[in-house]
Design a protein around this ligand. Sequence first.
Ligand code: NAP
Length: 325
Amino acid sequence: MSAGATDRPIFRRIALIGLGLIAGSVAMAARASGSAGHIAGYAKSAETRAAVRDLGFCDSVHDSAAEAVAGADLVILAVPVGAMGEIAAAIGPHLGPGAIVTDVGSVKQEVIAAVAPHLPAQVHFIPGHPLAGTEHSGPRAGFASLFQNRWWLLTPLEGAEPAPTARLSAFVRSLGAQVEEMDAAHHDLVLSVTSHVPHLIAYTMVGVADHLKRVTESEVIKYSAAGFRDFTRIAASDPVMWRDVFLTNKEAVLDVLGRFTEELFVLQRAIRMGDAAQLQEYFTRTRAIRRGIIEAGQDTAAPDFGRSAALPEGAVKPSAKSDEG
Ligand code: NAP
């Protein structure tokens, strides 16, 4: 039995709403571990639904979200954060009693506010967020090992029953992930530091280079060094997903951005004043953080960040699986 494999399905029928990178990876990992009996799916466009019918990672693909969730004991909302409320409203009346609904959105407080009011009382809503992703999106971007050894945060609502959360945790572990529970507000602050603001900085830096390119012709592309190349990879992430992340995690992002700007001014001043000791001390501290991440098993020390890692046939090769929202 492979790591994460289960003797019998943890959920008899799961419904994936949204069939992109995350949902595709969930489906493939659940298939590999045997933790889902039947996998039903729905995506907004007929084009994506047709692609998934071809790719075959769902057992059934439906033309409406309501149809997809009928009879499901686990429903996973894997659409952009801004679409969660609309989907919850569409599926609410079709959810069976005792069903578990979770989501994979990169922001938690706004998703809870948008989804919870639409779900019937006898449904267990347990918000979640896998800290795993790539800059690729769409139904062809998923791969079974995406969640291997990555964190999957759950933010159960106050007063939530423990048994459904334990069952969802077991499912998430069957996909290869490690589970931790966290308060939604804390999640949004932590993620703004570890993911959201870094993405904004990457977007900005690539924007600056794009502007410069007009001055230096194509040299920015031609002589692109590793640091800038990594920024461009992050800045290639799905525009709709990231638009929604910044619109819905506004408060935490603006707070962290303020702190970032202050630090930037400190470094700017050290450079202007030629303060070698301050620069060296600062970079020594930040280097230790990188070591900590590698020691925690959340990235590889390889100079290519594990880009050459083998993937299942047909999967889109990610540059690195660390660009989670
Ligand atoms: P994705 O590859 O772009 O897939 C999104 C899917 O949602 C597509 O199948 C899309 O359908 C569908 N969709 C969009 N709007 C919809 C609507 N109104 N109704 C029904 N389906 C709709 O996105 P993803 O990367 O899997 O991200 C999904 C969620 O996971 C987001 O909330 C994101 O914040 C979160 N997340 C992403 C990452 C990451 O690194 N990518 C990591 C962790 C969490 P069509 O193809 O038909 O448009």
